[in-house]
Ligand binder design. Structure first.
Ligand code: SF4
Length: 538
């Protein structure tokens, strides 16, 4: 029988995926990787490559890179164990021995030697791990990466991302299994907070960090290791039941059923899993509106279908069995009310519905503004749609090769000066945007235009939309413009992640990619105009 060996992602992923993987009666879907998942993966690989390319230049004593051995598991594990036995200070791209008794396999990005002996796991993540609202995150540098070198940061606290810490806990348990763990369970995440000066942010895996459900006390705060042990242990049981299934009448029942959730959107199992749920199933229809746990709580409360939820009183659910299953979720009431609204829309065959007419100010000249920025967070495109007397024209301030503060400022200046000029010609002017990035970015480039052209006077359409429109597809511009006024984008695949890859190509001189970016931006500003017009309509 197939041994159970779960990787570093299993404990933080849907348990039904583990079931599907180990149940030989579940067909293997042949699906291309979802583009958004591929884009995320590519971003992660690029960031990891960037870090691991820069690190050897620091010539740290005891730095070992084993990435080239990936592909020959036996040799790879042997080299990793050999490096640990030899006391290498930093092991990059290693592979730990399978923990057969514990049901684990895994390849930590980095292993860092502790001065007291043994190793800490570390992983590279293309997301932020510091929270600027706090301080005192313990962080070390690539030059002095060990825990002993870590110092408290004055300008950043450590974000407790459960998925990151569960992965570290997985590698920690593997280190314990092979006897190469450090004295205390700690691990580090190297995030993308400081692209030019990467930091390793350290976590104590035994520190209480996550608010969870407790059958005995309702709510309990648990450490990363406690959370991991619980989730990993459950998935081992799921896999064990799954691998005993043969398709015979007496098969054990799966421990977990498919359940619609946000993760399904990019899950390779979806055609043979969530897509097999009845079309009336509330989780199949609403997907990411609630988490798997919340849908299970609804099922426990007898709410199975969209019609069931649409006809439910959220307050009754919250004070009844549903509420008893999710006391640890601080936003449970807000989320449930939104889900009930979404169910009512779905039951009526709607995606969005205006509750009331929005009071959107008017002016002789109305400008919609939208910006695009690259993976380096620099704004390389400011787009304006200028509308007066019923006619609109698009103007862009575009330089895909913006790479310095000065380049970025010059580009922003051209756009802000244009707004100043428009306001000088026609003081009866209003500027509209959707969400907060546009005024936030504009404020970085003083002196700012005064009067109606200044970002403090710009009008954000998003709060107006939230106040007057119910939606079961969120209130993002794409969803609202598509399902409200029926706006369409000329590009068949519009999206923020795709625009970043077009930007990378445009930077290299790809004119088709540059045209695609401009078209995408123009359609975005036309979308805000369409939403604005729709909000004003009777
Ligand atoms: S399709 Fe959804 S329910 Fe099925 S394994 Fe994937 S995430 Fe889980």
């Amino acid at each position: 029988m197939r041994p159970i060996l779960l990787g570093g992602y299993a404990a933080k992923s849907c348990p039904r995926a583990v079931h599907n993987d180990y149940d030989p009666t579940v067909p293997r879907p042949v699906l291309p990787v979802a583009p958004e998942l591929q884009a995320l993966y590519d971003t992660g690989v690029d960031f990891e490559t960037e870090i691991l390319t820069a690190w050897p230049a620091l010539a740290l004593p005891g730095y070992v890179d084993l990435r080239d051995l990936d592909g020959d598991k036996r040799v790879h594990i042997g080299a990793t164990v050999g490096a640990m036995r030899a006391g290498a200070a930093v092991i990059v791209g290693g592979r730990l021995p399978d923990d057969v008794a514990g049901g684990r396999t895994g390849k930590p990005d980095i292993l860092l030697r502790d001065t007291g002996g043994g190793y800490h796991p570390a992983d590279i993540k293309a997301h932020h791990v510091l929270d600027r609202k706090y301080d005192n995150a313990l962080a070390s540098t690539l030059k002095a990466p060990s825990f002993e070198d870590a110092v408290p940061l004055p300008d950043g606290g450590a974000r407790q991302r459960e998925e990151d810490l569960l992965q570290l806990a997985h590698y920690w348990r593997m280190l314990e299994a092979c006897g190469h763990q450090a004295t205390h369970p700690r691990g580090a995440i190297c995030g993308d907070d400081r692209p030019g000066d990467p930091l390793l942010v350290w976590y104590d895996l035994t520190a209480p960090a996550f608010r969870t459900f407790s059958r005995t006390t309702g709510v309990a705060t648990r450490s990363a290791l406690e959370r991991y042990d619980h989730e990993h242990g459950f998935r081992r049981r799921v896999a064990d039941v799954a691998r005993h299934r043969t398709g015979a009448a007496g098969d054990p029942l799966p421990l977990v059923d498919p359940i619609g959730q946000a993760e399904c959107a990019t899950c390779r199992w979806s055609p043979v899993c969530v897509d097999t749920l009845p079309g009336t199933d509330v989780s199949a229809v609403l997907r990411g509106a609630l988490s798997a746990r919340e849908y299970l709580a609804l099922r426990a409360a007898g709410v199975h279908t969209v019609t069931d939820l649409a006809g439910s009183d959220p307050e009754n659910l919250l004070t009844g069995m549903y509420g008893a299953e999710v006391p640890h979720l601080r936003t449970r009431a807000f989320r449930l009310r939104k889900a009930v609204t979404a169910a009512r829309l779905a039951a009526a065959g709607l995606i969005v519905r205006r509750r009331e007419r929005a009071d959107v100010p008017r002016a002789a000249v109305e400008v919609d503004i939208d910006i695009e920025w690259g993976a380096d967070d620099r704004v390389y495109l400011w787009g304006l749609l200028i509308t007066s007397n019923g006619a609109s024209r698009y103007e862009s301030f575009f330089d895909p090769r913006v790479t310095t503060d000065r380049d970025e400022e010059l580009l922003a200046r051209r756009c802000l000066d244009r707004l100043t000029g428009l306001a000088a010609e026609t003081p009866d002017l209003l500027v509209f945007h959707y969400g907060t990035p546009e005024p936030r970015q504009a404020r970085r480039f003083p002196p700012l235009p005064s009067g109606p052209a200044g970002p403090d006077r710009w009008i954000d359409l998003l709060p107006l939309v939230r106040a007057t429109v119910d939606s079961r597809a969120g209130h993002g511009l794409k969803a609202m413009a598509t399902h409200g006024p029926g706006h369409t984008w000329r590009d068949p695949d519009p999206g923020g992640l795709q625009s970043q890859s077009w930007h990378a190509a445009a930077r290299q001189g790809d004119r088709a990619a540059a045209t695609r970016l401009l078209t995408y931006n123009e359609d975005d500003v036309r979308a805000t105009l369409a939403v604005r017009t729709w909000l004003r309509s009777a």
